[in-house]
Ligand binder design. Structure first.
Ligand SMILES: [Zn+2]
Length: 174
């Protein structure tokens, strides 16, 4: 696939909802150092949306981006199979226009790991704060020659992990 510029009028209601979740969480950013706001939302096969924001740290290097914040919530909820994500970022949630926010290099690797868990080339919607510009792409568009659990030969462990989660979920329902 290629990175495509798309019009919000061409997006489905459910994709717009995903993007709105990312936009909404931006205002919770703990960004006292950069004053940059990012919101990310990840939707899983269960249909649930997990959203996260950037959390900075005085060490700077220990800051957490919005994308892993959202993915860690999905994984912690036992719902790790992500199908698509939205990322919205800018100097304020109310900025008009501005550049589209895209995942940093580290986040691309983290999203790729989850894409192998999900067996899905995760679709990403990267947006500027007023959503006047939206780019659609997959994680493989953003991360050429990637490697993940499958490439390191732990596919079976990932399957066991997912099987364990599913059996825990079905036991909870009993
Ligand atoms: Zn990042």
């Amino acid at each position: 696939m290629a990175i495509e510029k798309i019009n919000s009028a061409d997006l489905s209601v459910s994709t717009l909802q995903l993007i709105e979740c990312a936009k909404k969480v931006m205002s919770n950013a703990y960004n006292v150092y950069s004053h940059f706001y990012v919101g990310a939302a990840a939707r899983t096969i269960s249909g649930k949306i997990y959203s996260g924001t950037n959390v900075e740290n005085a060490s700077l290097g220990l800051s957490v981006c919005a994308e892993p914040a959202a993915l860690l919530l999905a994984i912690s909820a036992g719902d790790p199979e992500v199908i698509d994500m939205a990322v919205v970022g800018g100097t304020s949630p109310d900025t008009k226009g501005g550049r589209v926010a895209t995942p940093c290099g580290r986040c691309r690797q983290i999203i790729y790991e989850v894409s192998q868990i999900s067996k899905t080339d995760i679709m990403l919607y990267c947006c500027n704060p007023d959503l006047s510009e939206i780019l659609r792409m997959t994680i493989s568009d953003l991360l050429p020659l990637p490697f993940g659990p499958k490439d390191l030969g732990v596919e079976k462990e990932v399957e066991n992990y997912l099987g364990q989660l599913r059996s825990t979920i079905s036991e909870d329902k009993k």
